[in-house]
Design a protein around this ligand. Structure first.
Ligand SMILES: [Zn+2]
Length: 275
């Protein structure tokens, strides 16, 4: 399969969960071949992905407060570059991050392949989240901001998704991306055991440089970036640790309500402006 970003040839870099992971021989992008592996977003990001533990979440809704706060944190970061306007939050789940933006004065909609998460957003969180993917859903109007918080790694056609995001942005609109850094220290030390090598739900493994290079050649200019601090709930930490270490009684001692600082060294965010 050729590279989904630049169409150059790719070669195998490693195998994770039985799936060969490929490196582009030209731009260096790392991905797996979604054409060789059945990929249906609504099935992969099904209800169990958000509630069943494993590679997904033990209980996504338990992190409500943390995720709303994460949206607010990004909204405040953006104050240097824009006043609040219209946002499209891609991969919105049940709308918590979008809610954080709304709390800070933004208005807009979310997009989410999982229908029950989208319904929960409307019924319980009070924000508008539509069911669908960025690559395929029809969306009206222009946006001042498109946000992709831990979403870009899941696109089945990232070039199409970023082009779509650009088309939906108003002039000088902003694209905010938070995703995992495969060039980070922990990713390099852990190799194929790094938690983000979990296909099929994770499809792409970016680096800050690779993402910036691609978007710079495709109508965007990088204007800010860095590493987010990240707090997760005890319940989510327990689920991740059980997934790595197996069922251990001692892990049950971690209370669900506690907030645990999570090493965000392998995560990065970047803000781009439409050129
Ligand atoms: Zn490439």
């Amino acid at each position: 399969m050729s590279c989904p970003l630049c169409s150059s040839a790719a070669k195998e870099a490693l195998v994770a969960k039985g799936i060969p992971i490929l490196d582009c021989t030209d731009c260096g992008h790392r991905f797996y071949n979604v054409n060789a592996t059945p990929f249906a977003p609504a099935e992969i990001y099904n209800d169990a992905y958000f509630d069943g533990g494993g590679a997904g979440y033990s209980d996504y809704r338990a992190d409500r407060q943390l995720l709303v706060e994460r949206g607010r944190m990004y909204a405040r970061k953006l104050e240097r570059f824009t006043s609040p306007g219209r946002i499209l939050d891609v991969g919105a789940a049940c709308g918590y991050i979008l809610k954080g933006f709304v709390d800070e004065g933004w208005e807009g909609i979310g997009l989410e392949p999982n229908a029950s998460m989208a319904a929960f957003a409307a019924d319980d969180v009070g924000v508008a989240v539509r069911t669908g993917t960025l690559e395929e859903t029809e969306i009206d109007g222009k946006f001042d901001l498109v946000s992709m918080i831990q979403v870009a790694a899941h696109f089945y056609d990232p070039a199409a998704a970023f082009a779509r995001a650009r088309g939906l942005l108003a002039e000088n609109g902003l694209l905010l991306i938070e995703t995992w850094d495969r060039a980070s220290f922990s990713a390099r030390i852990l190799g194929k055991h790094w938690h983000e090598y979990s296909p099929p739900s994770v499809v792409h493994w970016f680096t800050p440089k690779g993402l910036t290079d691609f978007l710079s050649h495709n109508g965007f200019e990088r204007i800010a970036g860095g590493r987010p601090s990240k707090w997760i709930s005890g319940g989510h930490a327990r689920s991740l640790l059980k997934y790595r270490l197996g069922e251990r009684k001692i892990l049950d001692l971690i209370p669900s309500w506690i907030k645990i600082p999570y090493p965000a060294e392998d995560l990065f965010w970047a803000l781009f402006r439409k050129r």
